[in-house]
Design a protein around this ligand. Structure first.
Ligand code: NDP
Length: 336
């Protein structure tokens, strides 16, 4: 099979490319400029002409993907801005939403051989912020972020702007499907991952250039940005980047996943869990909170992962396994 992966140079997408190539697929990756393709060609040189790149300069332009989708059997749409320094929320929302609709429109018109499109959404599209503990499911939508951005605009919290962009992009994808349901030869699968951590394959010249989620991991686990209280009480849900890449491949392989949004997530964590895992892997991190007892930790936010288990057969790596490989990666890069 031939698979298009958008934003192939990103943290998650490069793992998706790698897993697809390992499984024998031919992969076409999109990047924004030729200079970003070079590192990918070096990384996947062993796969010869089974890997190619195409430049899509502006994903928001209608027709941007017309050429890229031609001849593809499946598409993994991973590209979307993920950073927390947007002034105008549209810096995130426009590429997230229009990038998605332009891709789907190109696939509608020129994707004659496309059978499935997988869209990387986020748990940000279904979780809202609240005071009481809650288990989120695929039935939830983050209306809160959209409302807050509408109300506050530029003054909305950075996290909220990002979350609104993901919610609106995913909604645009489902709206497109609804509108065109009788005219499409392909179906849609949406993957909703929480925070993504794990070793990196992509080009990262300095720790300052880490992608947003690994930047947070590095700051909290290696640089010691959190105090003892925060380490024992703050956390979230997460998924390992390699598990997430596997989910993207399974999502194009499992017929029964069609038309579904699917949460993929490991169990919740507190940051001290990561410090403990890192120290067990001989990473020279500070001890943090030595009174922390994981058995007594309560988790405010969790997610129902039964659908991913049922449809994709997902199982998940532990912080220990992930920390070991992150440590090796950071050492190789000279970041620790
Ligand atoms: P990265 O920042 O590493 O990758 C983002 C990719 O999207 C890059 O290829 C980037 O290209 C591309 N991109 C960003 N903005 C634009 C734009 N305006 N036009 C075209 N391309 C653009 O992030 P991740 O790999 O972590 O994220 C990938 C996807 O996963 C995103 O959809 C994100 O929302 C989602 N996600 C990530 C989570 C995480 O914790 N990391 C959690 C949940 C979902 P370039 O390098 O040229 O900027």
């Amino acid at each position: 099979g031939r698979v298009l992966v958008t934003g192939a140079n990103g943290y998650i997408a490069i793992w998706v490319v790698r897993r697809l190539l390992e499984q024998g697929y031919t992969v076409r990756g999109t990047v924004r400029s030729e200079s970003k393709a070079e590192y990918l060609h070096q990384s996947f040189a062993a796969y010869g002409n089974k890997f190619e790149t195409v430049v899509v300069e502006d994903i928001t332009k209608l027709g941007a993907f017309d050429e890229a989708v031609k001849g593809m059997d499946a598409i993994e749409h991973v590209a979307s801005p993920m950073h927390f320094n947007a002034d105008d929320p549209d810096e995130l929302i426009v590429p997230a939403v229009n990038g998605t609709t332009s891709l789907l429109e190109s696939a509608r018109v020129y994707g004659a051989s496309v059978k499935r499109i997988v869209f990387t959404s986020s748990c940000a599209a279904l979780m809202n912020v609240q005071d009481t503990p809650r288990v989120f499911t695929e039935a939830d939508w983050n209306e809160q972020a959209i409302a807050e951005v509408r109300e506050k605009g530029r003054a909305a919290a950075q996290q909220t702007k990002y979350r609104a962009s993901k919610t609106l992009a995913e909604r645009a994808a489902w709206n497109f499907m609804e509108k065109n349901k009788d005219a499409l030869m392909w179906d849609l699968v949406v993957i909703n991952p929480p925070q993504v951590y794990g070793p990196m394959l992509h080009e990262v010249p300095t720790p300052g250039a880490l992608n947003a989620s690994m930047h947070m991991w590095y700051s909290n686990v290696i640089e010691g940005s959190l105090n003892a209280y925060q380490l024992a009480t703050m956390g979230s849900v997460w998924v390992e980047v390699r598990d997430l890449a596997d989910a993207h491949v399974l999502a194009i392989q499992k017929p029964e996943a069609g038309g579904e949004r699917i949460i993929v997530s490991a169990p919740p964590f507190k940051w001290q869990d990561w410090l403990n895992a890192a120290r067990a892997c001989n990473l020279d991190t500070p001890p943090g909170n030595e009174l922390y007892d994981p058995a007594k930790a309560t988790h405010h936010v969790s997610v129902d992962t039964s659908k991913a288990a049922k449809l994709l057969g997902m199982t998940y790596r532990s912080p220990m396994e992930s920390a070991r490989d992150i440590a090796a990666d950071l050492k190789t890069r000279g970041f620790i």
